[in-house]
Each structure stands twice: as C-alpha cells, then as structure tokens.
Design a protein around this ligand. Structure first.
Ligand SMILES: Nc1ncnc2c1ncn2[C@@H]1O[C@H](COP(=O)(O)OP(=O)(O)OP(=O)(O)O)[C@@H](O)[C@H]1O
Ligand SMILES: [Mg+2]
Length: 485
C-alpha cells in the first residue's frame, strides 16, 4: 500500500516537474536556446559549403542574382522565424510586409535538404550587401543546381504578379556602387486618363508594343534593344505625365536621372550601368541643364555617349529612354539626331479643342454658354498650359460656371502676360520643313509655315536659326498622323 502511494506521489511530482520545465522552456525562450544548441551540435557532424552572392559584380553593375534571391527570400513564409525582421506597410490597406534585416539568417527547405541564407554586409567594400548561401556538402551536388533554378522560377512568377513599380532616383555620393535609391512608383497617369489625341495615343501604344516584341528584330539588326523619345514643350503641358503613362503601360520601373547629382562623364556611365532592363530612363529638362553653367564636369560628349555609345550595349537592354525639354531649338542637334532619339513628340499649350477636352474631363461639361467666349479668347491668341487650366477647374469643380469664368479671367491676364501670345504661342506650334514634330491633345494637327510676325518674333528672341539637320529622319508621329498613315 505504502509502495503504491509512493509511486503515485512520484508520478505526480514527475508530472508537475515536467509541466514546469515545459512552461519554463516555452515562456522564457529556453526552448530556442535548446534548439540552437541542438543545431550547433548537429552542425559539428556536417561539412558546409558557402556561396556568396554580392550585390554588385566586378563591373560595379547590380548582380541580377542578388536581386532575385532578395525577392525570393522576402517571399518565404520562414522569414517570420528570423530573429529580426523589418515591418513595412504594403500597398493594400492594412497590409504589413516583412523584410529581412541585415546580418540575419533565414532557413529554407528544398528537396528534403535544409539550407540557410545569411543577409550580410561587406564593411570593407563600401558596405555593399550580399547573401551567403550555406548548404551541406553532402546535399550540394544533389540540390544546388535545381535550387538555384527554383529561385529563378519563383522570381519569374513574382515578376509576372508584380503590381508595384519603382521609381529610382540617383543620389549624390562619392561611392561608386549603389547610386540609386528607390521608392514605390504610384503615379496615376495612364494612357486612358491622359488627355491627348486618340490616334496619337494609339500610335504611341503600338510603337511601344512593337518595341516590346522586338527583341529578335533588334538582335538581327545588331542594334541595342532600346528606344528613345524626346518630349518637348512648355511647362505644364503633360510631358512628365506622359512618361508616367508610358511606364504604367509597359509595367516598367522608372529611373529618373538628376544630372545635377552626376559628378562627371564617367559617373554618368556608372549610373547608366547600374540601371536594370525593362525600365524607362528619364532625363528631364535636358535643355535647361545644357544651357546652365552647372557645377559638375559633365560634358555634352558624356551625354552623347550616354545616349548611344558603346556603353549602351553593356548596360541592360529592353530600355526606353526619354528626354524632356522646353524647346529643342537651342540644343546641339547632335544630341537629338536620329538614332539617338527615335521619336519626337511636341506638347503644346492648350487651344480651344484641348480646353474642351479638359472641361469635359474635369467638369463633365460638353457644352456651356461661356464656351463661345472662351473660343474667341483662344482665337485671339491667348493660351495657358493644361496644368494651369486644369488647376483652375479642379479648384472650382463644384461650380462649372465659376470654373469657366476663372479660366477666362486667367486667359485674359496670364494668357496675355505671356507676351503677344498670338505670336508667342505660334513659335511653339509653328513647324518648318520636316524638323518640327507637333503633337497635342487637340484636334487635327495643324501644318503651316512661318508668318512674317513669327519670323519677327524669332529674330527678336534669337530663335531664328538655320539648322544643319533639317532633314531629320527621326520617326515623326505627328507627321505620320498628318499624312493619315
Ligand atoms: N495632357 C494632359 N492630360 C491630363 N493632365 C495634364 C495634361 N497635361 C498636363 N496635365 C496636368 O498638368 C500637371 C502638370 O503636368 P506635367 O508635370 O506632366 O507637365 P510637364 O510638361 O512635365 O511640366 P514641366 O515642364 O514643368 O515639368 C499634371 O498635374 C497633369 O495632371
Ligand atoms: Mg515635367
């Protein structure tokens, strides 16, 4: 009887002790310590192989494998088990996303083998990042190839599902590596909501589509798979919006190059080499940069090499390059010669047709009793940019009449303030020979030569220049439209 009682008591005590040990292990995190020790001990019985995947290759270009591993690891659910992860808000409401922190380890399993990745940083090498894959030597032969292939496949799936585009901006640094910083690119402008001629939109879309399908064509001709656009016109006419519409249409990331942050020609090369394929590379206000006395030592030949040099073939292909400027008359024709720039598109100030398109879109107005008055003012030569008219309409969107009155008022004051607008505007719109390519959101494109008044104006402002490359062969969207092709 006594022995039975003793045994029951012993079991009870043992049960309580085990329970308490379990509680202590789980509550204090000792369980993790035990697991770590267990892993350390088991590691002693295996030989490991390490593979380092640096962020940049020897040419200082981004290592595409690094990018793929980065995306792959961040898509793994085991990221939650890493000791230290970063939390960010996602694109969807209330979405939280996890990102691996530096010097953290993440485990993965493939074909029954366990591997682990270390997110490292190389302090001796500009703090550039790397991933180190740790894999058992006994598993290496069996799984390494298929595992890397698996990472590529997952990446392709992630790419196809990619909803988030990125806007890269070059940063001012003496470092050779990592010249770009990125943020989400969420510009809402698309070819559906940008206001411009429908047939022009279709032309641009089909030009971009045939570019996308053109890999073999470009290869066969021995040309780099890229296409360059020049968008020119006054401020607020939709050039940057058009770039956003292009990127959204192509589903490409955008690299926005700020030339004032480029140190010199070789720095510009480095910046180009660090862009990736399937991207739109933009240089805004090129004319302003070329005419200003900039503090850096970037030269025009540096820019020429950037657009089409040997370098272009070393950088990633499948690129769209876009240059924007106010007017192309002042810049060296070599910069925008055919081959360097394939498509020229002019963004003019508003005319009455463009105004009506804006009124329809912003105010829902197809007709209004004030329209004839607005038309008259446009016919007298006053004009504003779509941005200026759009802002007035947005500010007064609850009262269309007030919106139109404020536009009329602005056209009569600001529109006139542009200085003899009938002439001034025609300078932008005026086309001579085959060189000017004029495209707006308005109705039929107008042709026309220089009136005496225009010539006077050009002389006055030093714009009247005989240019050597009058017979430009660049793809001229406006001309094609005019010819009805
Ligand atoms: N064709 C257009 N369709 C719709 N919105 C337009 C159009 N043109 C201009 N806008 C509006 O005007 C504003 C300015 O446009 P945007 O920045 O694209 O002009 P920009 O030509 O790049 O000017 P800048 O030369 O000063 O950089 C934007 O908010 C845009 O919504
Ligand atoms: Mg702009």
């Amino acid at each position: 009887m006594g022995i039975l009682m003793d045994s029951i008591l012993l079991f009870l005590v043992l049960g309580i002790v085990l329970f308490l040990v379990r509680v202590v292990l789980f509550k204090t995190g000792l369980i993790y310590m035990v697991k770590k020790w267990k892993k350390k001990v088991s590691d002693q019985f295996h030989v490991y192989q390490f593979y380092k995947i640096p962020e940049f290759n020897d040419n200082l270009q981004e290592n595409q494998l690094y990018r793929r591993v980065h995306a792959y690891l961040n898509s793994l659910s085991s990221i939650e088990n890493s000791d230290f992860t970063n939390l960010f808000t996602g694109n969807k409401p209330n979405e939280i996303i996890l990102r691996l922190d530096r010097n953290q380890v993440i485990g993965d399993e493939f074909l029954g083998a366990r591997v682990c990745w270390i997110n490292g940083e190389d302090q001796e090498d500009d703090n550039s990042r790397n991933f180190v894959l740790k894999i058992r030597k006994s598993d290496k032969r069996r799984i390494l190839g298929p595992y890397l292939q698996h990472i590529h496949t997952v990446n392709e799936e992630l790419e196809q599902r990619k909803t988030e585009l990125k806007l890269f901006m070059n940063i001012d640094t003496k470092k050779k590596k990592g010249r770009w910083r990125s943020i989400s690119f969420t510009h809402p402008c698309t070819f559906d909501n940008i206001l411009m001629e429908e047939d022009l939109k279709e032309k641009v879309k089909s030009d971009l589509e045939s570019f996308l399908k053109g890999k073999q064509f470009y290869n066969r001709l021995g040309r780099v798979w890229k296409r360059s656009y020049l968008l020119y016109g006054p401020s607020g006419t939709g050039k940057s919006s058009f770039v956003a519409a292009m990127a959204n249409f192509l589903n490409y990331d955008v690299y926005d190059i700020d030339l004032s942050k480029v140190l010199d020609d070789s720095d510009l090369k480095m910046i180009l080499l660090q862009t990736t394929s399937r991207s739109v590379i933009v240089i805004e206000d090129l004319d302003r940069f070329l005419s200003s006395k900039s503090t850096n030592s970037l030269t025009i030949s540096g820019i020429l090499n950037f657009t089409d040099g040997i370098l272009s073939s070393c950088a990633a292909d499948e690129r769209i390059m876009v240059f924007t400027m106010t007017a192309k008359e002042q810049i060296d024709p070599a910069v925008i010669r055919p081959g360097r720039v394939d498509v020229h598109i002019h963004f003019p100030l508003c005319d009455f047709t463009a105004f009506k398109a804006l009124a329809n879109s912003y105010l829902g107005l197809k007709e209004h009793k004030l329209f004839p008055q607005v038309e008259g003012i446009f016919q007298n030569g006053a004009s504003l940019s779509p941005a200026e008219i759009g802002e007035l309409m947005i500010a007064n969107r609850n009262s269309p009449s007030r919106a139109l009155k404020s536009v009329i008022n602005a056209l009569q004051t600001d529109g006139d303030r542009r200085g003899t607008p009938a002439i001034g505007r025609r300078v932008f719109h005026e086309r001579s020979s085959s060189e000017d390519y004029d495209v707006g959101m308005s109705g039929p494109l107008r042709g026309g030569g220089s009136s005496p008044a225009v010539r006077e104006f050009k002389k006055l402002y030093g714009l009247f220049r005989l240019r050597g490359n009058r017979q430009s062969q660049s793809f001229d969207l406006a001309r094609e439209l005019r010819n009805g092709s």
